[in-house]
Design a protein around this ligand. Structure first.
Ligand code: DAH
Length: 355
């Protein structure tokens, strides 16, 4: 029997056995490695008598191909077997019930804060924030509200110490002071946030939300204030026309001061904003009092401007037809499910709240 035939028969037999990957690789080296049996046969080619050389080479190539194919098949088989064993072991039981997927909702107040911020940012306002715990100076004194001023009682303040130095801010107006003390004019900011007063009924909660607005520059007048608020209200309620009235009022930090009412009517039991002959108060505003500017080291002869304070909860109630303010803070999931908003990025496997 020729060497080639013997190699072939030997290795065919070996490869039929139950081998693991290492053993097959060893066979591969034994045959085709540098000193491998097949490789050695190729090296002998030159020594074979010329008339037998052609046949020898062809037989050798044939056996080489055959064994190589067999080895690749064997490796494939072993790998497939390994994968199948792994799959078998790590089998996922898809008959188990799925875990409930809960998708939160955005609270109407958060939604309205986002809407307000985006409307004002389109006309050049940036968003500022201040702390809920304020000092008496920023909340009252710097805002031109002296110690004996009735506004301090009017606000029903939650004081945090006996000296009445720290308090829960009664409005977002102290953010005006913080902003102006921190920077140089011009200023064009809004400041949404939580505010607190000792008050509770269907339309008042001890914690509520306001958004403050402040625009200070050279030559800012009440016309700018009116234009800005008119633009905002129309954008917010998504109407082309709005009836608005500026009612003279008083705030210590503005002169002149006004409260703004918007027109509405009730149609089929629902409030329709912008039409009708009923009036609804939505905000307070005015031209920033020179004393406030002096308190924050801004020269009132050079700079002036307007400010406003809007009740966010009230706007949310009006826009989304919610009639009891207290529900905002009850943490009732059924309420939130009904009045809340879906986040923009709702996952594709969203199946609603499973409660
Ligand atoms: N701070 C006022 C309040 O809580 C609202 C307000 C009125 C804010 C007039 C202002 C303003 O900035 O100019 O009722």
């Amino acid at each position: 029997m020729s060497d080639i035939k013997k190699i072939k028969d030997d290795f065919l037999l070996k490869l039929k056995g139950n081998l693991d990957l290492n053993q097959v690789n060893q066979i591969k080296t034994d045959l085709f490695g540098k000193a491998g049996l097949i490789s050695s046969q190729f090296k002998m080619l030159g020594k074979v008598a010329e008339k037998e050389r052609k046949k020898f080479a062809s037989d050798l190539n044939q056996v080489k191909d055959e064994l190589q194919n067999l080895i690749s098949e064997k490796i494939d088989d072993i790998e497939t077997k390994e994968i199948n064993q792994k799959l078998e072991k790590e089998k996922v039981d898809i008959t188990l019930p799925e875990r409930p997927f809960t998708q939160g909702k955005i609270h109407p107040v958060s939604q309205v804060i986002d809407e307000i911020s985006s409307i004002f940012s389109e006309i050049g306002f940036s968003v500022e924030e201040g702390p809920d715990i304020e000092n008496e100076y920023n909340n009252f004194t710097a805002l031109n509200t002296p110690d004996n001023h009735p506004a301090r009682d009017m606000h029903d303040t939650f004081y945090l110490d006996d000296k009445k130095e720290l308090l829960l801010r009664t409005h977002t107006s102290p953010v005006q002071i913080r902003t102006m003390l921190n920077d140089k004019p011009p200023f064009k900011i809004i400041a949404p946030g939580r505010t607190y007063r000792s008050d509770s009924d269907q339309t008042h909660a001890p914690m509520f939300h306001q958004v403050e607005g402040l625009h200070i520059d050279k030559d800012i007048n009440m016309g700018h204030l009116k234009g800005c608020l008119n633009y905002f209200i129309k954008e917010f309620f998504e109407v082309d026309k709005i009836k608005m009235r500026f009612r003279p009022s008083h705030f210590p930090f503005t002169e002149p001061s006004a409260e703004v009412d918007i027109g509405y009517e009730i149609k089929d039991g629902k409030i329709v904003i912008g039409e009708g002959d009923k009036w609804l108060e939505v905000l307070g505003c005015g031209m920033v009092h020179p004393n406030v500017l002096i308190n924050v080291k801004v020269n009132p002869d050079e700079f002036q401007g307007y400010a406003f304070g809007i009740g966010i909860d009230r706007l949310a109630m009006l826009k989304y037809g919610i009639n009891d303010l207290r529900a905002f803070f009850d943490c009732d999931y059924r309420w939130l499910n009904h009045f809340g908003f879906d986040p923009i990025d709702v996952p594709t496997n969203y199946r609603g709240l499973s409660r």
